[in-house]
Ligand binder design. Structure first.
Ligand code: GLU
Length: 502
């Protein structure tokens, strides 16, 4: 049997983590089995489906690098893959069910349905759904009323007094008393549009879907779907309802917990590899002691047996860790390329929206190794490197002073640093370090103390990316200029102290 599964989103919102997880697991399962992964747009809700959300779907999966084998954009043997282009098919199949006595025409008006709902609510009867009033209208009478143009829906005739059983690959055997299933749900609405249940089942059957992997929130619909398959005389696909994704507080993951839409993660500077790797672990255990997987490695290892029943907890900190890992795996040029948009937006090259000149671009790439190990997000790059592209204001004198030191000594240290600058910029980092160490030893001062004032002078910060690399990228003269300005500030502060007799 050919393994075929699908991601069947309704384009009524932005793609979020839950949807991506469902799509990814379907993709991995299909790949692991040498099967096909299909995209189908379930846009039967015409008021809530929007073209922007379809575009968002395409953009999201293009960015993530997850392709489908068949779908609205790439075509395939079961096209069209968009439900709004298949309405004739659903009407035909609904008609067949009616003809077979498995479904019936219902002529109840929305007002009547609303009235029963209100009456039951007032009586606190606990009953819900349709009261099956039209179930016993004879097929002849039904057909006649339809012919005469009476408004109608088509409802599924749920067999009463039976229990529906099916096996879920993760949750095991499931049974529902038919009495507990929403009474005779609508398959075709009065405007001729199908409901989710009809379109979903007809399409999964016609498209040869062998496995339905979907979120657990769809589990309550599955008994109904199984009845629908059997009513058509079709065998249902295998079902596997995926574990829920929760926030740390045990509630369903939502905006309250943080970013949920892929767009947001993307804007925040997450890499697609990190997001995919992390999402692939939400509710699935691969092997002990290995965290990082490529998409290919995941596909090799994925198996339904490795899914967990327990809900998965979305851990933003862990995702951040993954992002840092994938950032470090990037080559410098590639990372610079990815970070460039953030740098331009942050105004790193002389104003928001301004791109780098050739020298700035080269400096940006050269600076990447300085910060690669220290960041988790792309957007951190411009703020960490700002001093390389514009001269920072000289900090207040106190900022320059190493711990347990004082201003007078700091001035001496910075003068020593200035002398070193004459040679430092021309050396590689190891050579620079050796020179500074030797000087510190010769002068009998701590290496850290020698470096602190120079660091603040050159970078404007007490904590900065590696100093020698920064000096190398900036070049000797800009560093000398900054150091001279800093010395001026320190000497002025020293003169004030002297005059105050401190
Ligand atoms: N259109 C449904 C959704 O939006 C599909 C559910 C299913 O996979 O059957 O998630």
């Amino acid at each position: 049997m050919e393994i075929r599964d699908r991601y069947a989103p309704s384009p009524t919102g932005l793609q979020h983590i839950g949807g991506v997880r469902t799509a990814l697991f379907n993709y991995l399962f299909a790949r692991s089995q040498g099967g096909k992964f299909i995209l189908r747009l379930e846009d039967t809700d015409r008021t809530r489906s929007e073209a922007v959300f379809v575009q968002n779907l395409y953009d999201t999966f293009a960015w993530l690098g997850i392709p489908w084998d068949e779908g609205p954009d790439v075509g395939g043997p079961y096209a069209p893959y968009v439900q709004s282009e298949r309405f004739e098919i659903y009407r035909k199949y609904a008609g067949e069910l009616v003809a077979a006595g498995r479904a019936y025409y219902c002529f109840c008006s929305p007002e009547r349905l609303e009235k029963i709902r209100e009456e039951r609510e007032a009586a606190r009867s606990g009953e819900t759904g349709y009261d099956r009033r039209c179930r016993d209208i004879s097929p002849e009478e039904g057909a006649e009323r339809v012919r005469s143009g009476e408004a109608h829906t088509v409802r599924l005739k749920i067999p009463l007094g039976e229990t529906t059983r099916f096996r879920d690959r993760l949750l095991g055997n499931i049974e529902w008393k038919n009495e507990d299933i929403n009474p005779d749900p609508v398959l075709l609405k009065s405007d001729g549009f199908p409901t989710y249940h009809l379109a979903n089942v007809v399409d999964d059957h016609l498209m040869g879907i062998s496995h339905v992997l979907r979120a657990q929130e769809w589990l309550p619909s599955t008994p109904l779907h199984v009845i629908l398959y059997r009513s058509f005389g079709w065998s249902p696909p295998e079902f596997c309802h995926l574990p829920m994704v929760m926030g740390q507080d045990g509630k369903k993951l939502s905006k309250r917990h943080g970013a949920t839409s892929v767009d947001e993660f993307r804007r925040q500077g997450y890499l697609p590899e990190a997001l995919l790797n992390y999402v692939a672990l939400l509710g699935c255990s691969y092997e002990e002691g290995k965290d990082l997987y490529t998409l290919g490695e995941l596909a090799e290892r994925f198996a339904l047996e490795k899914l967990n029943k327990a809900p998965a907890v979305f851990d933003y900190k862990k995702l951040e860790w993954y992002n840092g890992q994938y950032i470090r795996m990037k080559g410098d040029e590639a990372l610079a390329e990815l970070a460039l948009a953030y740098a331009i937006e942050a105004g790193l090259f002389g104003g928001a929206g301004k791109g780098p000149g050739p020298e700035e671009k080269a400096a940006f790439v050269a600076a990447i190794p300085l910060i690669k190990e220290r960041i988790s997000f792309l957007h951190e790059i411009p703020e960490k490197l700002d001093y390389l592209f514009s001269e920072p204001p000289v900090p207040a004198a106190a900022e320059f002073i190493p711990k347990k030191s004082d201003l007078a000594h700091t001035i001496i240290l910075l003068r020593l640093g200035r002398d070193l600058l004459e040679n430092l910029a021309a050396l590689d980092d190891l050579g620079a370090e050796a020179l500074v160490k030797a000087t510190a030893e010769k002068e009998g001062i701590k290496l850290g103390d020698l470096l602190m004032p120079l660091r603040v002078a050159v970078t404007g910060k007490r904590v900065s990316p590696p100093l020698f690399g920064s000096i190398r990228i900036l070049g000797k003269n800009p560093c000398l200029t900054r150091t001279d300005k800093a010395l001026e500030v320190l000497e002025k502060a020293g003169a004030v102290q002297d005059s105050e007799g401190l």
